[in-house]
Design a protein around this ligand. Structure first.
Ligand SMILES: [Zn+2]
Length: 275
């Protein structure tokens, strides 16, 4: 069985999750933020980390400082992509430091996943129901992060991120630790026909993560869909941690796009190699 359990931490008033399996390796700073510890007002209260949400720019900037400082570094070290629900994966180098860190315009265009082997670069991605994926190869010292909503999951962005880590850095999938973060759970993710058809077309094992109901809709389990992809990519089951925390079930703790009908903030997943 895959590992269960993310652990809630609090530093400088900021509440965030860590993955014990990642923490044990001692080679990364990482965290998944919650709504706690920021300065934004409703409906972005309070730790909204996404600039593209309609929130006040200065509030989001202050929130990014708070989150990064709680983790022990400065937000100038961040790199973010402009997430578009596609499968472009950017290999990040020192020259990219600061892209999308303090504003949205400078983020790397059309990019939903980032990898690097350079220390001191904070790979960050933003979520409000979509699935955060995080990777760490403690042998080659390579990290990755991906944004996998239903479209990214159909495009197999998790598998492709692992493939890119292999291709660029020679990572062996069996060494890679992976985490599937807080996002909308099977309890609250009803999808309709066009989505069902995409999954049925792309995955022969779709019945393992999607239950079609008598009303023609389906309950989709994106956690399991992504877990199965990572297993197929060669990551070992014991090295996958699944948070099993549903954003919709926890609207006070996490931002949920569906729960708030679109008007909400973003939580972030962040990972950085340390020297
Ligand atoms: Zn739920």
């Amino acid at each position: 069985m895959a590992n269960k359990g993310f652990q809630l931490e609090e530093k400088m008033g900021v509440r965030y999750y860590i993955i014990p399996a990642f923490e044990e390796k001692g080679s990364v700073i990482h965290g998944f933020s919650t709504r706690y510890g920021g300065v934004s007002s409703e409906p972005f209260d309070s730790l909204n980390l996404g600039f593209h949400t309609g929130d006040d720019y200065h509030a989001v900037l202050a929130n990014r400082y708070r989150f990064c400082q709680a983790l022990g570094f400065s937000p100038e070290k961040l790199v973010a992509g402009k997430q578009v629900h596609k499968d472009n994966i950017q290999n990040v180098d020192f020259l990219d430091i600061g892209k999308g860190a303090l504003d949205q315009d400078s983020a790397i265009p059309e990019t939903d996943a980032l990898i690097t082997n350079k220390p001191g670069i904070g790979l960050i991605a933003f979520f409000a129901d979509c699935v955060p994926l995080m990777f760490l190869d403690p042998v080659k010292k390579v990290i990755g992060i991906a944004h996998a909503g239903w479209k990214g999951t159909v495009l197999r962005i998790g598998q492709k991120t692992v493939a890119k880590m292999k291709e660029v850095y020679g990572c062996q999938p069996k060494n890679i630790l992976a985490a599937i973060g807080p996002s909308i759970g099977p309890c609250h993710y009803e999808v309709d026909k066009p989505v069902i058809e995409q999954f049925q077309k792309q995955f022969s094992n779709w019945a393992q993560f999607m239950k079609v109901k008598s009303n023609g809709k389906a309950q989709l389990n994106l956690w399991e869909a992504n877990r199965l992809q990572l297993l197929e990519a060669g990551i070992s089951d014991v090295k996958i941690t699944v948070a099993e925390i549903c954003t919709y079930c926890n609207p006070e703790l996490l931002f949920s796009y569906r729960y708030s009908e679109g008007k909400t903030g973003r939580i972030a997943a962040l990972i950085m190699l340390v020297d």
